[in-house]
Design a protein around this ligand. Sequence first.
Ligand SMILES: Cc1ncc(COP(=O)(O)O)c(C=O)c1O
Length: 414
Amino acid sequence: MSRRIFADLEKQIEDRREKGLYKEERIIESHQGAEIEVGGRKVLNFCANNYLGLSSHREVLKASREMIRHRGYGLSSVRFICGTQDIHKQLEKKVSEFLGTEDTILYVACFDANGGVFEPFLDQDCAIIADQLNHASIIDGVRLCKARRHVYAHNQMGSGEYEFDGKTLPGLERILQSEEVRGCKYRMIATDGVFSMNGDLAPLDRICELADRYDALVMVDDSHATGFIGKTGRGTPEYFGVMDRVDLVTTTFGKALGGASGGCTSGRRVMIDWLRQVSRPYLFSNTLSPSVVGGTLKVLELLSSTTRLRDKLERNQKYFRRRMTSAGFDIIKGDHPIVPIMFRKFTPNDAPVAQAFARDMLEEGIYVIGFFYPVVAMGQSRIRVQLSAAHSKTQIDRAVEAFIKVGRKHGVIS
Ligand SMILES: Cc1ncc(COP(=O)(O)O)c(C=O)c1O
């Protein structure tokens, strides 16, 4: 009877289609960039993690090609057998320099970094205290580890409203104060630096203060921050002035840092050393390809020499937020290029509105995507706009004009 699963799955898929929750893939026929080709048409892209516009940057492409020439296409090995080249060590050193950490270990994805960062340090006598809105890969990493899991909300009002006053974290403190957690061997606070659905930043200054007070380690996933958050783009620890107080940072090379793939864990030397011994996605998965290493090395060189791109991105996101707010859209406030446009007044029918809105935006030549349950909670459907340093002011103006036109059509704004 196990084969009945096929029919059951068909039914669940059909159910999703009927509820407007079925996700479709759109096919891109060009490089990644501010302008891309979709279905034979040129459209402006406002939904990539290409924050600094480096995904198709000429110098990054050249560095990647040259690295293939010098070090080959692939290594056909995990790191500790015969998969470590001089360039892997160089990249680990450069990432450490960039993030101001003691050492770094590479993974083929940040998903793997998060999958392999808890279990090596924490057993059943330990506690992980995790933000409720952490990325799926942190949640899975925590599941792979025997430590007791405690979840807190970084916003004071629970899951509905994301406006945090930046000062208090009563949920986190309550957990740290509990007898059970105080009695653990080790405690680790695990949080996204930036929450990818909302674009809000974890208040790391407050988190580090609580970690000091209650003797906890701090782990931050900075995938949506490395390269552009903070005055010189070192990420949320720089933004909050706690670069020397965060024990472990995981991040991706698959977003602002060129967007190909790859990730890492960076932090205290002894912890990184231990990860090389026992972290399973590192030990049992192939090494990072030379083309990605070459491209990422070039990206770090570019970002270490100037803050021009992160400065432009900051101007772009502030300008877009200002214009959308004055047009009357319901946006989640913040200081990040992720700008969620909400449809809360349509609840419980907000998912189909978000989907229809995104389709109409594409008709207007603006590529954005609707996010809805199960990616976000019911009643929290949104279009997640992502700004890039590659966008010109004219392109942002075009997007805002299209939002206004489509917004009026759907009764989102008057
Ligand atoms: C916060 C966060 N962590 C980790 C990941 C996974 O990164 P990667 O694509 O390198 O596996 C993502 C990607 O969606 C992310 O948003």
